[in-house]
Design a protein around this ligand. Structure first.
Ligand code: 5GP
Ligand code: ZN
Length: 115
């Protein structure tokens, strides 16, 4: 699906129907602060268009996937100590919102492996 979908939280944030603490945006990609940060910096990067997960995005629109990654890297570049980009995917991956989003995490040294 390449459009806004009903009953999707991140479609509502992407379209401005629900407010968010926006960090940066392009025509097609929005970066905003996670409401429940798990690191000192925790930013979500979404395509405004609805795609379910990273596989759905890259299949439908690889240029949009590249634009999303470029914004994630741009946001991460502000973190001098480095950062992590995560796409939680599916139930075992911990995905709760089924509108693809990159988590950009940083501001402290992050544990590896994750729990
Ligand atoms: P997931 O578990 O799907 O990878 O990540 C979903 C993320 O969305 C979680 O980190 C959660 O804190 C965040 N989140 C859920 N609802 C909202 C909201 O209304 N606003 C913002 N900014 N983040 C949200
Ligand atoms: Zn959506």
């Amino acid at each position: 699906l390449g459009f806004v979908t009903d009953n999707c939280l991140f479609c509502d944030i992407g379209s401005g129907r629900i407010p968010a603490d926006v960090v940066t945006r392009t025509d097609r990609v929005l970066a905003f602060r996670d409401i429940a940060p798990v690191a000192p910096t925790h930013i979500l990067v979404i395509p405004v268009e609805h795609h379910r997960d990273v596989a759905g995005l890259v299949d439908a629109d690889p240029a949009l996937a590249a634009e999303l990654l470029a914004v994630a890297a741009q946001v991460g570049a502000e973190l001098e100590g480095g950062y992590r980009v995560v796409f939680n995917t599916g139930v075992d991956g911990g995905q709760a919102v089924f509108h693809v989003h990159a988590h950009v995490l940083g501001g402290r040294q992050l544990a590896w492996p994750p729990g």
